[in-house]
Design a protein around this ligand. Structure first.
Ligand code: MTE
Length: 331
């Protein structure tokens, strides 16, 4: 993003240095099974699944469990990032630009009552109360990689359902080609709005077929509980094959439009943040390479960076959306 700030801003020790209990239990299950004579990747995958299933709710917020998603690609077998890193190292510029600002300031966000206005080119526009949104489709648990444009990544167990469920409900008109997401801009609780880093409210957009892709998640929770305010409570987007800034937090309106909408980051620096923003190791950000990434929690002095994958590793699921497109031009 325009303003970068390092991990150094965090005052507290890295909670990711402590192995989450569920992962530890998963490893023990794996070791037990290996001792019994079995082995191989199937077993390892099973152990990771087992670990996630047993993940204890962090117990700080209201529970929001989901059944494991069956959407292809929705559950990576990678180790989840520690809960305290997920809620302590954030981008949510409305609450400040340092990574620990959102955790400090977003607790003032009032998420009850909350509603999302659905408008524009749909047959069934209207205001949907959060309670109704929560009931619109069964809650699924998905374990997604999220790669930030700044060069770090996390693996987060989300609770939510495909945005396509909501899209089916509101029935887009034939002329609707894009979806614009508008997020909360409340000066009373968001100190970041006093600055002009971005043109508030923070907005984002997707092509309608991207928005309809089953991996595009309308998320209400993480780690088996409702979203912490700093992660975009009470409802946000998670688009796992795009840089993190496409995943708009604290959504208040969803607008169906004919033309490609401007987005907050695109308005701030069009040459750096394009509309598509698909994770692509071969297209550098004008000011830095996108070839590698640092997984939060893997902060050892000698820990190698990970190679960034095209579409953040979701190419099999989403590559066809961009068939024939020049991804260098459409960055
Ligand atoms: N949504 C809003 N409203 N404001 C923001 O500043 N930051 C984005 C995205 N959504 C942002 C936002 C960026 S840059 C990233 S990387 C992700 O949120 C971070 O999500 P996380 O803090 O839950 O990991």
């Amino acid at each position: 993003m325009l303003i970068r700030s390092g991990r150094d801003g965090l005052q507290h020790p890295l909670s990711s240095d402590i192995t989450p209990r569920a992962v530890y239990q998963g490893r023990r299950a794996l070791l037990r099974a290996m001792a019994a004579g079995a082995g191989g990747s199937v077993l390892a995958a099973w152990a990771e699944r087992d670990a996630l299933a047993q993940a204890p709710g962090p117990g700080r917020l209201a529970p929001l469990p989901g059944t494991r998603s069956t959407v292809p690609g929705a559950v990576t077998m990678e180790k989840p990032t520690a809960y305290d890193d997920v809620r302590g190292y954030n981008n949510f510029y409305e609450f400040g630009t340092d990574k620990d600002d959102p955790a400090r300031h977003a607790q003032r966000l009032k998420t009850d009552p909350w509603s999302v206005q659905v408008e524009g080119l749909v047959h069934k526009p209207g205001r949907l109360a959060l309670e109704d949104l929560l009931k619109l489709s069964p809650m699924e648990e998905r374990l997604y990689r999220l790669r930030c444009v700044e060069g770090w990544s996390m693996v987060i167990p989300w609770a939510g359902y495909s945005l396509s469920r909501l899209i089916e409900r509101v029935q887009p008109q034939g002329s609707a080609k894009y979806v614009e997401f508008v997020t909360l801009a409340d000066k009373a609780v968001m100190p970041g709005l006093r600055g002009s880093v971005l043109d508030w409210p923070y907005t984002e957009g997707l092509r309608l077929d991207e928005a309809r892709h089953p991996l595009t998640l309308l998320a209400f929770g993480l780690y088996g509980e409702v979203l912490p305010p700093q992660n975009g409570a009470p409802v946000r987007l998670v688009v796992p094959w795009k840089y993190g800034f496409k995943s708009a937090k604290s959504i208040v309106a969803i607008r169906f439009v004919e033309h490609e909408p401007r987005t907050a980051w695109n308005k701030a620096a069009a040459n750096e943040y394009g509309f598509y923003s698909n994770v692509n190791p071969e297209v550098d950000h004008p000011r830095w390479s996108q070839a590698t990434e640092r997984r939060i929690g893997e902060d050892g002095l000698f820990t190698k960076k990970r190679k960034t994958l095209l579409f953040n590793g979701y190419e099999a699921q989403v590559g066809q959306l961009y068939a024939g497109m020049d991804l260098r031009k459409n960055y």
